[in-house]
Structure formats: C-alpha cells, structure tokens
Design a protein around this ligand. Structure first.
Ligand SMILES: *Cc1c(COP(=O)(O)O)cnc(C)c1O
Length: 366
C-alpha cells in the first residue's frame, strides 16, 4: 500500500501488504464466539486445507511464528529434541528448546548449506530423540532444504515428531502436509502470506495431537489440544486477532483466484530473475547451488570466495533513496551478504522497478 514517504519493503519479512488486504484488516469488529466469526473461519477452513494439502484442521494462532514454534516444543517434546540448524532462525530453536527446559541437541551445518536427510538419519538412529525441529526455508541465508527427502525419514522413525517451520515458504511453494507425513507445519503471516505480522497458521497430524494430549505442562495459550477442540467449532482457544482473520480471508481469495500452481510458478520465476540480476552484476549467491530459496535471494558479498564485493550499507541507502528497502544481511553475515525478497504480491513488473533502482544504485557506487 502506498502512503506518502513509504519505502516499499523488499526485506524478507514483513513484506508489502496490499490495499485490499489492509481494507479487509480494517473490517468492523465482531464477537469471536458469535456466528459471524464461526462463519468467517468455516469459510476459510477448506481453503487453508487446500493450501496445506491436508485433511487436518488448520489453526489460527494470534502470535508471531515463535509462539507456535515454542508451543510445539512444549506440546510435543517429552524425551529429547533434535534441532536442525543452518541459519539464524533454525539455530535459535535450540536455544528456545533449552529455555523451555527441554533436553535438546543441535545438528549444525554451515550457514548457506541445507539440512540433509542423511545427517538427520544418523542422529535419529541413536534412538535418543522423540522430536525434531526443521526450518524448510531458512530466511537468514535464503536456503531451502529438501522437505521431500527429510520427510521420507518418517517411515523409518514413525515415533519421532517432525516439527516444520515454513514461515517464508508456505503459499509460495508446494508443501503437501498429509503426503509428507510430517507432524506440525506452521507459518507466520508477515512473510509469504504478505499480511501484517501477528498471526500464525498451523496444523498438526493426528499422532501429534495424541502425543500432545498426554503431555504435561504444555501450558494454555499454545495448547494444541485446545486449538483442535476449538477448531472443531470454528473457534480459537482465546480471543483471536479478528482483524487478521478478515485479512487472511481476503488473502486466501487472492491466492485461489491466482491458483496455487500459478502462485508457486510466479515465486520461482521471480527468484530466478533476481538470481540472474545478481549474476549479471558479478555477484555470487550465498546458498549452496541447488538449494536457493524461491522467495528471497541471499547474495554473497564476500561471504563466499570470489564474486563482486560492494559497500552494502551504502548500496542499501542508495536503493532506499529510490524508494525500496532491501536487507543488508542477517546476524553474523550482515554486510557479507544482502537479501532481496520477492514474497507476496510481487510481479515481473514490480520486480523490474526494483532491479532498475538497484542497477542505478550499483552505478552510483562506482
Ligand atoms: C521470520 C521467521 C521466523 C520468526 O518469526 P517471528 O514472526 O519473529 O516470530 C521464524 N522462522 C523463519 C523461517 C522466519 O523467516
């Protein structure tokens, strides 16, 4: 949405929110136990199930993703959790598990590398773990791991609960929950959904729900059993952000008007365009080849040997002066990488205006 002086967001979340989504967000308030809310949620449920390729109920949590990421640990880890770590968000999950008092171990790979099924297999073979956490698309490094390969391990380890964060990939690429056989799938709405921050969409397998039901000290606000019980009545456990619920209904209309396949193809094509922009200016990409994200591009600026190196802070400022905000790199790769998002409602035309601003900024750097 354009307002005076607004810098258009091309950071990997939050991303730009459309005027239509904002208008829906500003719908008049209704009671969350009334028929109006139930009808709103009921109307969305089949769309959410199609989006996640599941027959399970899809839940709405009024929290950012971390609420449900922490909740998943509290609901589902009884013995020990394996945290697959390949970037800032996935690394943090180990810390969060320990803060929740859980026994936890990290499976750390270099930032920019994906998580590989063989490495998980070797850890799970010890029999120590009853759950694992995985980030599908590690937003800090722009690296997407192969969920198909990793989820195939469920057949070998049916007792292990697979908790998957798809915060920056859900809606942008196909993630078939039931077919994959994973146990929890979640995403906050300020990234690939292109909605305001504050809502998380998630679902659970029947075995995850059964395990949660037997779990002590799982708390209340993020109790998955409560989410299931309430979703059966088209409600949420506590008062939800009704504004976000309206915005989500509007966004789901957009998603299904475009069509899932077209939406997935659009994201991939735009990411490929951005990768080509980077290559055209002599940059290398940060992720290992073959694992680049379809929703954001993490460009190497010296983090990898070879390739062009620029003053990222200056570049970012020049791009900002031209009306676009890109990201200057996350955590320990700040400055040695930069990130460009193509999540949400971007098109070939809108991305072209960004590339033009970046081309001009590069020229001005000299
Ligand atoms: C942004 C992000 C998160 C954290 O989301 P919050 O909204 O800050 O809770 C978690 N995982 C991934 C992959 C992300 O991109």
């Amino acid at each position: 949405m354009q307002t005076m002086g607004h810098i258009k967001l091309h950071i990997p979340g939050p991303v730009e929110v459309s005027a239509k989504t904002f208008a829906a967000f500003c719908s008049p308030m209704i009671g969350h136990r009334g028929q109006g809310f139930k009808d709103l949620y009921a109307k969305m449920q089949p769309q959410l199930q199609s989006l996640l390729f599941t027959k399970q109920l899809v839940y709405l949590s009024t929290s950012s993703a971390w609420g449900v990421m922490e909740g998943a640990l509290r609901n589902l880890v009884a013995k020990k959790v394996l945290c697959c770590m390949c970037g800032a968000f996935s690394d943090k999950w180990l810390d969060v598990a320990r803060r929740c008092g859980k026994s936890a171990e990290g499976l750390q790979v270099d930032w920019g590398s994906p998580i590989r099924a063989e490495a998980i297999d070797a850890k799970l073979a010890t029999g120590e773990f009853d759950a694992l956490t995985l980030i599908h698309n590690e937003t800090s490094t722009g690296t997407m791991s192969s969920l198909n390969d990793i989820a195939a391990l469920k057949l070998k380890y049916p007792e292990v609960i697979f908790i998957v964060d798809a915060v920056s990939s859900m809606t942008a690429t196909r993630i078939a929950f039931d077919e994959l056989g994973i146990d929890v799938l979640l995403a906050g709405t300020q990234k690939a959904f292109a909605m305001p921050p504050g809502l998380t969409v998630f679902t659970c397998s029947p075995s995850a729900l059964a395990k949660a039901a037997g779990q002590k000290d799982r708390g209340y606000y993020f109790d998955f059993v409560e989410f299931q019980k309430n979703a059966l009545e088209n409600m949420t456990p506590s008062t939800p952000s009704i504004s976000h619920t309206y915005a989500l209904a509007s966004k789901l209309e957009d998603i299904f008007a475009e069509g899932l396949q077209a939406r997935f193809a659009r994201h991939l094509a735009l990411a490929q365009r951005t990768r080509a922009w980077a290559a055209g200016h002599g940059f290398l990409l940060f992720p290992e080849a073959g694992f680049e994200s379809p929703t954001l591009t993490c460009v190497s600026n010296g983090a990898r040997a070879g390739g062009r190196v620029i003053d990222v802070a200056k570049f970012q400022k020049l791009v900002k002066d031209r009306g676009f905000l890109i990201d200057g790199g996350y955590g320990k790769i700040k400055g040695t990488t930069f990130r460009i998002s193509n999540m949400g409602d971007e098109t070939e035309a809108t991305m072209q205006t960004l590339y033009a601003a970046m081309d001009e900024s590069i020229r001005l750097l000299g």
